[in-house]
Design a protein around this ligand. Structure first.
Ligand code: MN
Length: 158
């Protein structure tokens, strides 16, 4: 590095990225850029603001319209006033209603609603219950960008 009194220090460095990880990054970027969901609307039900923020960062490039509810009652209201919702991504542990009950209520309002459960820790019992209340699929937390993009692409366009 170069150093001068009162002028600070300039550091030069090279990130030791291996060829394989660079190729992986490029490939992964290309996959994300092919998604175009600007005609679609998703309701995200998530009470944890960090998880909600992360999900929105994962989805922003797809141009999908996102409605966010951080509790069950808000989700239900949004679902009622937005018939254009194509898919609901449902957290199970919410502060008021639990996600299973909420899914059931949504399916009563619209039996064709597509709801995907976000289950914690890959709990087998949660998966079974999710299907029992009418979820079409589930995704286990922690949720990766690749997993959620592929899952949503599949269910939004089938
Ligand atoms: Mn939660």
């Amino acid at each position: 590095f170069d150093s001068a009194v009162d002028k600070g220090t300039t550091f030069y460095f090279t990130l030791p990225l291996k060829q394989s990880s660079q190729a992986k990054l490029a490939k992964s970027k290309a996959v994300h850029e092919k998604f175009d969901w600007k005609t679609k609307t998703i309701l995200i039900v998530e009470d944890d603001s960090f998880n909600a923020q992360l999900m929105m960062e994962y989805l922003v490039k797809t141009k999908v319209e996102i409605l966010l509810a951080n509790n069950g009652l808000e989700a239900l209201n949004l679902f009622k006033i937005h018939p254009e919702i194509n898919l609901t991504l449902m957290d199970i542990q919410l502060p008021d209603i639990n996600g299973f009950e909420l899914t059931h209520m949504i399916k009563v309002i619209n039996p064709k609603a597509i709801v995907i459960a976000q289950t914690a820790y890959a709990a087998e019992v949660d998966k079974k219950r999710a299907f029992a209340v009418g979820c079409i699929d589930y995704i286990s937390k922690p949720i990766s960008r690749d997993k959620i993009l592929q899952l949503l692409q599949f269910h939004l366009f089938k």
